[in-house]
Design a protein around this ligand. Structure first.
Ligand SMILES: [Zn+2]
Length: 312
């Protein structure tokens, strides 16, 4: 029997209707509960150790095996998801980046999400991005606005072209210093001036992660600062991975027995896999949408479904 695994990826799981940011794209808590019921009825929810054993020891997986993964370390993973999974004896695999959790620093990616959720028209934001690009073009040796747009302004299955353009420009396309300056300016204008307070509410804390780990949840790597790991130097890849392993050890994750990584934004390359193999990484999860086949897929590039691929 082929060893097939359905990995489901979650990000925000919130009570959006009651929150200050109903436009944030994520899963409403009641939908999560319904989806969990659906998955529990139609799949066998497995633990990370089962997947490790399948990948490393050629162990069987149950029929219709599924693993639940939660990226980015959001506070509601502790407040809402953890109690529900714990009550039902289900293990979630959580992948928080270190910097926001340990240092309560707001990630660029989240700053951009909340700017987009707080502004009624993404074109207003993209115009400001373009304005800043034109201003700094010569000094920072940037590409032209037209070439950035040609490369990045393409809709995907969740977002329109303007929204994707703002996201990509501020996540990866522009030099880090510039994109941070732009996103901070927009965040102060559209969301709040107090970024630190905002961040400490947005993410789980180190102590919460430690508690969840000791209650049987699994914690794996999602890097340190949530970079696209395929877009950074080898040194930066190593630093991102090593700092995340230090954090995982600190909260009690069994790094020396096995460890897993979820690639921020699904970004990986061969150089990164070399870095991971050197450190005996066991499993890597991408954002390629498919069922994982433990007989044929490379264990470091296993595909995942999105929560939106299942009934909610
Ligand atoms: Zn992420």
């Amino acid at each position: 029997m082929p060893r097939v695994l359905t990995v489901v990826m979650y990000h925000y799981v919130r009570e959006f209707q009651r929150s200050r940011y109903p436009k944030i794209k994520g899963l409403e808590y009641s939908g999560f509960v319904r989806q969990l019921n659906y998955l529990a009825e139609n799949f066998t929810l497995v633990r990370i150790q089962d997947v490790v054993d399948a990948a490393r020891e050629n162990e069987e997986l149950p029929e219709n095996a599924a693993l639940l993964t939660f990226d980015d370390g959001y506070a509601e993973h502790y407040d809402l998801v953890f109690p529900l999974l714990f009550d039902r004896g289900i293990q979630g695999a959580f992948f928080p980046p270190v910097e926001p959790v340990r240092d309560a620093r707001l990630l660029d990616v989240n700053r951009v999400h909340f700017v987009l959720a707080s502004c009624d028209d993404p074109a207003k934001l993209s115009e400001y991005v373009d304005e800043r690009v034109r201003e700094d073009q010569r000094e920072m040796q940037l590409d032209t606005v037209e070439s950035y747009r040609a490369r990045w302004a393409h809709p995907n299955r969740f977002d329109d072209a303007e929204t994707i353009y703002v996201k990509r420009m501020l996540q990866t396309a522009l030099p880090e210093k510039l994109r941070r300056s732009i996103s901070k300016e927009l965040f102060a204008r559209f969301v709040t001036n107090d970024e630190a307070a905002f961040a400490s509410e947005l993410y789980i804390s180190r102590d919460q992660a430690k508690l969840m780990n000791s209650c049987g949840m699994y914690f794996g790597s999602h890097g340190f600062s949530h970079y696209w790991l395929n877009e950074v130097s080898r040194e930066k890849q190593e630093r991102e991975v090593d700092l995340s392993l230090d954090f995982l050890r600190d909260i009690g994750s069994p790094v020396d027995k096995f460890w897993a990584i979820c690639y921020p934004f699904g970004g990986w390359n061969e150089e990164l896999l070399t870095v991971l193999r050197k450190r005996h990484c066991t499993l890597g999860f991408t954002t390629r949408v498919a069922a994982a086949n433990l007989d044929s897929d490379c264990p470091l590039t296993l595909p995942r479904f999105d929560t939106n691929d299942f009934p909610q």
